[in-house]
Ligand binder design. Structure first.
Ligand code: ZN
Length: 402
């Protein structure tokens, strides 16, 4: 059984933990009441696990379930089945499962485009072919958090079978249930391996950097960041359940986060990239470089190459600088209206954010803060700090020693 779990290699403990943390980042309101309803955790966790269940079975439904076109089919099915009234128990269960799928798909994109890209550099000596970073980081995360509990399998199997058929994927309900049972094994594996010093040592040795930083919110794309992105994406999906475009569209997150300082300047470093997370899956073929502009305060512009990570359907776009960013410079990044989405819509408006290569501004540390926060990156802060709190904390800490 453990061999199966290891081969599953999916980071499911991480995925479920991301959904758990994301709840805390959703603004108060109907959506928060739904994803935060303990009665619906069963559906939210099952939806979060579902996409990976088909991989060890070699079933095509796994990949399909990760992506927005299938999730859109399910969303539209829910919309019409309940006539946009999500107050009833059954409708709420479906929406919670859908949000789980959304968390999983977005989580993989954010993690792979940011965290895994860094791990390729910082764990360059690891055996990327023979071992799994996703499994290693799952054990690392469970070692710090205790992992996740398994819950009973739940899905509307027959509806999923029908929607998969509509998407061109033949699968039966028994197979989906087998897959879901495998995801439960992966959750159990993460919890038991994470509690076992011998297993911890094995996985830490495989990917030392990735293992150590899995809950580090100083590392872009780590689960604490994924949770923030997922919370934004949930708001987009929630609006769409009512046929609406969310106010936060089309650019739902950026790395570095808007308003950041001390952005690395070396054009060849993975850390110098700008990464945009769009609200909908992007149409790669129609994406061109002049949809993006990076300018300084004097109006000078800087060439970047867009890289739609994972290609068409993905939400994550890296902008790779052609040359080193100049030091001590403030930049504004603009994503122009018209970015094409796979659902046939386009970004309806420009979106922009700022970042800087200058040092964080000096500021008095908050009263009462002795900057013990510098040792506090990771678990203790999770769910407690929003983005603003995080930035304040960094500014305060950075200013203190000067
Ligand atoms: Zn996955």
């Amino acid at each position: 059984m453990l061999l199966v779990a290891a081969a599953l290699a999916n980071g499911l403990t991480s995925h479920v933990t991301i959904s758990e943390y994301a709840i805390d980042h959703v603004p108060d309101g109907e959506l928060e009441a739904l994803v935060g309803d303990p009665e619906l955790w069963l559906q939210l966790q099952n939806g979060t696990q579902f996409p990976d269940g088909g991989y060890p079975l070699g079933e095509a439904y796994a990949e399909t379930a990760h992506w927005e076109p299938f999730q859109d089919r399910y969303l539209e099915w829910i919309r019409s089945a309940y006539a946009e009234d999500y107050s009833g128990e059954e409708a709420r269960q479906h929406v919670a499962f859908l949000m789980g799928l959304a968390s999983h798909g977005m989580g993989d994109q954010v993690f792979d485009s940011l965290y895994m890209q860094r791990a390729y550099v910082y764990d360059a000596g690891s055996d990327w072919e023979g071992t799994s970073m996703d499994t290693a980081t799952d054990v690392g995360l469970a070692a710090q958090t205790g992992g996740q509990d398994t819950v009973d399998a739940w899905a509307d199997w027959d509806t999923l079978v029908a929607l998969m058929a509509d998407a061109g994927v033949e699968v039966d309900a028994d197979t989906l249930q087998q897959g879901q049972a495998l995801t439960q094994i992966a959750i159990s594996f993460g919890r038991s391996a994470g509690a076992d010093p011998g297993q911890q040592a094995i996985y830490e040795a495989q990917f030392p950097w990735a293992y150590a930083h899995i809950l580090d919110d100083e590392v872009h794309g780590s689960p604490p960041w994924e949770a923030r992105v997922v919370a934004m994406y949930w708001q987009v999906r929630w609006a769409r359940l009512f046929g609406e475009v969310a106010e936060i569209e089309p650019l739902i997150y950026t790395f570095p986060p808007a308003g950041s300082y001390e952005h690395p300047t070396d054009a060849l470093s993975v850390e110098s990239r700008l990464t945009l997370v769009m609200s909908r899956g992007v149409m790669g073929d129609l994406l061109v470089a002049d949809m993006f502009e990076v300018a300084d305060a004097e109006g000078n512009t800087y060439a970047v190459s867009p890289w739609l990570f994972y290609g068409t359907g993905s939400h994550a776009i890296h902008l790779i600088p052609s040359e080193d960013w100049p030091a001590d410079t403030d930049f504004t990044v603009t994503v122009k209206a018209g970015v094409p989405f796979i659902d046939g819509t386009y970004a309806e408006r420009d979106a922009s954010f700022t970042f800087s290569t200058a040092p964080w501004p000096e500021r008095e540390p908050p009263i009462g803060s002795a900057c013990s926060c510098q040792s506090g990156s990771g678990g203790a802060w999770l769910g407690l700090v929003g983005l603003l709190a995080l930035r304040r904390r960094r500014v305060g800490c950075d200013a203190a020693p000067r």
